[in-house]
Design a protein around this ligand. Structure first.
Ligand code: NAP
Length: 245
């Protein structure tokens, strides 16, 4: 495929899910060869690969439970050299302070923070100079959402990781940024989508009065990964349709 990511190798974690799938499809459409990672959703990952190859792109599947350090090391070993790492996999559990169990808290932090941290660490020797790392954060890390408490804390850790790693890896020309989506139409929203009152409040908080789409997040990620984003590093970029302006 022709595009400004021609010849680049990318890993997208959580590419069996809504946003990760769209990122994989858009990176491949720009010419990157994409590793489509999944945790438990093999069939959904295969559908992502099918979508990529149907439009002439290149993709292959890799599996790892990001909560598990041995899995994470195996994933890194399976990757080969990389130019683009999109740490997209993530999960929300527990919700308010009252309703969050220890297991919920551990699941959120072991996936969103520990998994991302140690995967990136294991991939350091595999990242080419001038690579681009893009971490998927959330608007919940920036504005108050008491109903996503542990999740918001985990994404705030992702923002901190992003800034410090950008300073650390700058001498190698490696850029590290985060994209903070607002509410985006994917399975992540779960039952919330059936709750008209909650949906009304969420969409009213945006300038455009609607949910974002995975494609809209993926376009921002693909642009940031491209040479167009060459002078941007250490940033947490809101891609939210103007949430809470
Ligand atoms: P999604 O459709 O639920 O996808 C989540 C992805 O994370 C899946 O591919 C899932 O893989 C993977 N994952 C979860 N736990 C994992 C684990 N232990 N090991 C490996 N993979 C794991 O949600 P999404 O909307 O695409 O979310 C993608 C990212 O965007 C997440 O980081 C999320 O926090 C962030 N985000 C989403 C929204 C939103 O409104 N949708 C807003 C802001 C930020 P398997 O299913 O294969 O296990």
């Amino acid at each position: 495929m022709a595009g400004n990511l021609q010849g680049k190798a990318a890993l997208v974690t959580g590419a069996s899910g809504g946003i990760g799938r769209a990122i994989a499809v858009h990176l491949a459409a720009a010419g990157a060869e994409v590793m489509v990672h999944y945790g438990s959703g093999r069939e959904r990952a295969e559908e992502t690969v099918r979508l990529v190859t149907a439009s002439g792109g290149k993709a292959r599947i890799v599996q790892a439970d990001l909560r598990n350090a041995a899995d994470v090391r195996q994933l890194a070993d399976a990757c080969g050299k990389l130019d683009i790492l999109v740490n997209n996999a993530g999960i929300a559990r527990g919700y308010t302070l009252e309703s969050t169990t220890e297991e919920d808290f551990d699941t959120v932090f072991s996936t969103n923070v520990k998994g991302l941290f140690f995967l990136t660490q294991a991939l350091l020797p595999h990242l080419n100079d001038n690579a681009s790392i893009i971490n998927i954060s959330s608007m919940v890390s920036i504005v108050a959402y008491p109903a996503y408490l542990a999740y918001g804390m985990s994404k705030t850790a992702v923002n901190s990781f992003t800034r410090s790693l950008a300073a650390d890896l700058g001498p190698r020309g490696i850029r590290v940024n985060a994209i903070a989506p607002g509410a985006t139409d994917s399975d992540f929203l779960g039952d919330i989508k059936d709750n008209a009152a909650v949906m009304g409040a969420i969409t009213a908080a945006t300038a455009f009065g609607r949910l974002g789409t995975p494609d809209e997040i993926a376009r921002a990620v693909t642009w940031l990964a491209s040479p167009e984003g060459a002078w941007i590093t250490g940033q947490v970029i809101q891609v939210s349709g103007g949430m809470h302006l």
